[in-house]
Ligand binder design. Structure first.
Ligand SMILES: Cc1cc2nc3c(=O)[nH]c(=O)nc-3n(C[C@H](O)[C@H](O)[C@H](O)COP(=O)(O)O)c2cc1C
Length: 459
């Protein structure tokens, strides 16, 4: 059988993920794996119709498609995202419809599930028969059991394709809306209290409800709000995944385009950052993805700590739980306060006006200052992955993260909790004695809450 591999790494042949494909191709010599460098050649694919047609012809001629990509900011990289947009914009879906598909990623498992959910949903939208996701940690291929696991997946995938097994759509089609939001003029100005308010929009044509919401929100602040169109920011290209930024946060684009200055001068210095965008396929636009990917020069350090952020989203966010989770996770790992998400889904201009008016005042209220909600699993889990990776395998590459994590007490390994260790050792010994064990079980609930009761009643 012929498997077309859509390589979603900007590093092309140097891709870590691609080595998994090469390994599988060597172990399954009866099948042909045709690897196409999609992310690396996106500029060409965008401009050169013949080059894009060659990719589409290869997909048409294949028995199955393998989406092979690195994780970039909880999804795929902007270049790969752009390719997916091109397929829809140029009505090339037919080439994919009915083909079998699977997805392969490498990452440090930080929101790998949201990336695979995204690709799965795109496959469903393309009418493909999606057979599953394989999320490898970067260096899994070095381990024998993991190699066996990967081959097991590929074997099952090939078998499924050859038997033409039935598949079911998991993500229902999105229901589009033709609603046009026309805001009423803001009733009263909100006093920005000297805060710097930055509203970012992607400026994608046609300007739609996200743009109107950005303008309407800005109107509440008058001159205190700055609206920046990402199309006006000089961004030469997508993140190349070179990781040069790891040593001192110096990006390979430094001095070559305007993104880094823009991020350092505008985004980092703002008190409030609002992100406005429309949904394109199952995410925002690739321009937005470019913005997020390029912010990777800050590596694994939050840059929006203590700020208020908000999202203005046009499109069916309520139908894409995966995207909502991505936005929420972004707020959590940035350690800021997500003050709200306003969408146009109500199709009710008066309600959107009211939500924007309320958002405007909550973004600058004194009560909001410096507040960030406690992290949920999204932030806590993510931070632990970063902590372990930066302390472990990634330390020599991401030395600036290491310095930051040390300085800010982020190396909070439980092994360092000597009080807990002493108590555990003692209690584990004591609970081996039957009468102590019996007593322990009897008073366990009461003892667990005792210190909290003390605080609740006395502090
Ligand atoms: C800009 C950028 C963003 C990344 N974002 C994530 C992420 O969200 N989650 C994760 O687990 N790894 C993330 N990574 C790590 C890569 O996914 C990982 O190094 C991958 O193995 C690279 O594969 P490749 O060599 O095939 O491009 C990111 C790397 C870069 C450069």
């Amino acid at each position: 059988m012929k498997i077309v591999v859509l390589n979603g790494s900007p590093k092309g042949e140097q891709s870590v993920t691609l080595q998994y494909v090469r390994y599988a191709a060597r172990k399954f010599p009866d099948h042909q794996f045709e690897i196409l460098p999609i992310a690396q050649t996106i500029r060409k694919l965008e401009k050169d119709e013949k080059a894009l047609a060659l990719v589409i012809d290869a997909v048409k001629a294949a028995d199955a498609v393998l989406w092979s990509f690195p994780l970039y900011f909880l999804v795929v990289c902007s270049q790969y995202k752009r390719f997916i947009e091109l397929v829809f914009e140029r009505n090339l879906q037919d080439a994919f419809a009915g083909k079998y598909a699977a997805s392969l990623s490498t990452s440090i498992h930080f929101f790998d599930h949201t990336a695979h959910n995204y690709i799965h949903a795109v496959c469903d939208d393309l009418g493909m028969n999606y057979l599953g996701a394989y999320s490898a940690a970067m260096y899994d291929l070095m381990k024998k059991p993991e190699r066996a696991r990967w081959l097991g997946f590929v074997g099952r995938f090939l078998d499924g394709v050859s038997r033409r097994v039935p598949t079911a759509r998991v993500y229902p089609p999105l229901v589009p809306s033709a609603f046009v939001y026309t805001p009423q003029p803001a009733a009263a100005k909100v006093n920005a209290m000297g805060k710097k308010i930055l509203i970012l929009k992607d400026g994608q044509a046609p300007l739609g409800n996200a743009d109107a919401m950005a303008t309407a929100l800005a109107a509440h602040f008058g001159a205190a709000a700055e609206v920046v169109n990402l199309m006006d920011v000089d961004i030469k290209g997508g993140c190349l995944g070179c990781c040069r930024c790891g040593l001192d946060n110096i990006c390979q684009y430094s001095g070559k385009d305007g993104y880094i200055d823009f991020y350092n001068e505008k985004v980092k210095k703002a008190d409030v950052v609002v992100f406005a965008g429309a949904i394109h396929d199952r995410y925002l636009s690739s321009r937005w993805k470019l913005y997020f990917d390029r912010s990777f020069f800050n590596t694994h350090v939050p840059t929006l700590s203590g700020k208020q952020i908000a999202f203005l989203i046009s499109g069916p966010l309520g139908q894409i739980a995966n995207l909502r989770q991505i936005l929420e996770a972004y707020g959590e790992f940035q350690e800021c306060n997500p003050a709200g998400i306003v969408t146009d889904e109500s199709e009710n201009a008066a309600q959107i006006d009211a939500l924007l008016a309320d958002l405007a005042s909550s973004l600058v209220r004194p009560e909001a200052e410096g507040y960030a909600p406690p992290m949920t699993f999204l932030g806590v889990g993510g931070r632990r992955i970063f902590r372990d990776e930066v302390w472990g395998m990634l330390r020599f590459v991401f030395q600036s993260d290491h310095r930051y994590y040390k300085k800010h007490g982020l190396y909070d390994f439980p092994q360092k909790n000597y009080k807990a260790r002493r108590m555990n050792a003692l209690m584990m010994l004591l609970t081996k004695i039957p009468p102590v064990r019996k007593k322990f079980l009897k008073i366990l609930t009461e003892q667990m809450v005792k210190p909290l009761k003390h605080v609740a009643e006395n502090r």
